[in-house]
Design a protein around this ligand. Structure first.
Ligand SMILES: O=C(O)CCC(=O)N[C@@H](CCC(=O)O)C(=O)O
Ligand code: ZN
Length: 350
């Protein structure tokens, strides 16, 4: 028996792809098997597992978590879905690719090992003159796995990608999604209805390209793609999983049903925000005037100080400008703060 088939036997019996991935931090030999219900299972690498049911399918679904290793609730959600599929308790009706992005960062309980993986997509992993590291290599591979997965599904199918995260800070709106910049293409009501069903009624509309995983699959593969923030970062074992019941049930339905009927679209169900600006840290001396427990979506009055970057002070220039993802510890040149303002829906939505 080869080492490869040993891990496959154990995986088939226990369904524990998360532990297998954590035990093989940066690489796992590819392997495949078929479930008794006919679903083909392919392990492409550590943290990357594909399920192809026997029936005809219409949607190619990518569910990623652990792009940041300490964001545990989404990892637990995906771990549970994968186990149920492998053990035959959840029968799929759609193709699914699950990704645990950064197994070593899960093991050390940190956002990343050397470099923030979610700043390396859309080609930013490979830059002339910049040394490759494990996270850069991983970002390049993850792009390729997603690309191959969508290509095997074929053109003219629905493609979606939900990149599941949790926020470092608490948030006034506990769960929210980032809708990547669509380059003028319309936003989709059907996607907002899906998010609402997940318990996510707050969506931020980006207005420029990004280096994130969700922007990559949206821009390069035309997928309906979102970064989804499911509450606040907690260590394993400290998540109140009842808070994610709607998310789990909706993801489960998405992959196990031919079609899911969501609540009819009603704009008043949502709180939508436009990203107003992104403030990067360019100086060693970068500070916020608010405390570490100031929550995401805290609004500021026009003229209030928002951040100080060396000699540059940033002030709110719109009444109610609200803070998202403030993080003074980011690497120089990276985003330290987003600000948002409420958005009224225009006709750029279908
Ligand atoms: O709470 C925080 O500061 C970060 C939470 C997080 O990881 N958010 C993502 C958002 C990605 C996007 O803008 O689509 C990130 O910062 O990578
Ligand atoms: Zn994250």
């Amino acid at each position: 028996m080869t080492a490869n088939s040993e891990y496959l036997n154990e995986l088939q019996q226990q369904g524990d792809f998360l532990t297998l991935s954590r035990n093989n931090e940066w690489h796992l030999a590819a392997g495949a098997f078929t479930l008794s219900n006919g679903t083909a299972v392919t392990i492409h690498d550590t943290g990357v597992i594909e399920f192809q049911p026997k029936c005809d399918t219409t949607i190619d679904v990518v569910l990623s978590s652990a792009i940041h290793g300490n964001e545990t609730a989404p990892i637990e959600i995906c771990d549970d879905l994968i186990k149920r599929i492998i053990l035959g308790d959840l029968q799929l009706a759609q193709r699914v690719l699950f990704i645990f992005g950064n197994p070593q960062s899960i093991n050390i309980g940190k956002r990343f090992v050397e470099e923030n993986l979610n700043r390396l997509f859309n080609g930013h992993h490979t830059v002339e003159g910049v040394r490759m590291n494990n996270e850069r290599t991983r970002a390049a591979k993850l792009e390729q796995y997603v690309s191959d997965f969508y290509q095997r599904g074929g053109q003219h199918r629905e493609r979606c990608h939900y990149d599941l995260h949790t926020a470092i800070r608490g948030s006034k709106n506990d769960k929210f999604a980032v809708y990547p910049f669509l380059h003028g293409k319309p936003w989709k009501k059907s996607q907002l209805q899906f998010l609402l069903s997940c318990g996510v009624n707050t969506v931020l509309m980006m207005k420029s390209p990004a280096t994130t995983f969700s922007y990559y699959s949206s821009f390069v593969h035309g997928a309906d793609s979102f970064t989804v923030e499911l509450g606040q970062v907690k260590p394993f074992g400290e998540n109140d999983m009842s808070r994610f019941a709607k998310t789990k049930a909706t993801l489960s339905a998405l992959i196990s049903q031919k079609e899911v009927i969501y609540k009819e679209f009603d704009a008043s169900d949502f709180e939508l925000f436009a990203v107003h600006r992104s403030i990067n840290r360019t100086e060693q001396d970068f500070t916020f005037p608010f405390s570490d427990d100031a929550e995401n979506f805290t609004g500021f009055s026009k003229g209030d100080l928002l951040a100080t970057d060396g000699q540059t002070c940033y002030y709110a220039d719109v009444e109610g400008e609200a803070i998202i993802f403030p993080n003074a510890d980011v690497a120089l040149g990276q985003r330290a703060l987003l600000t948002v303002i409420p958005l009224q829906l225009t006709d750029n939505i279908i």
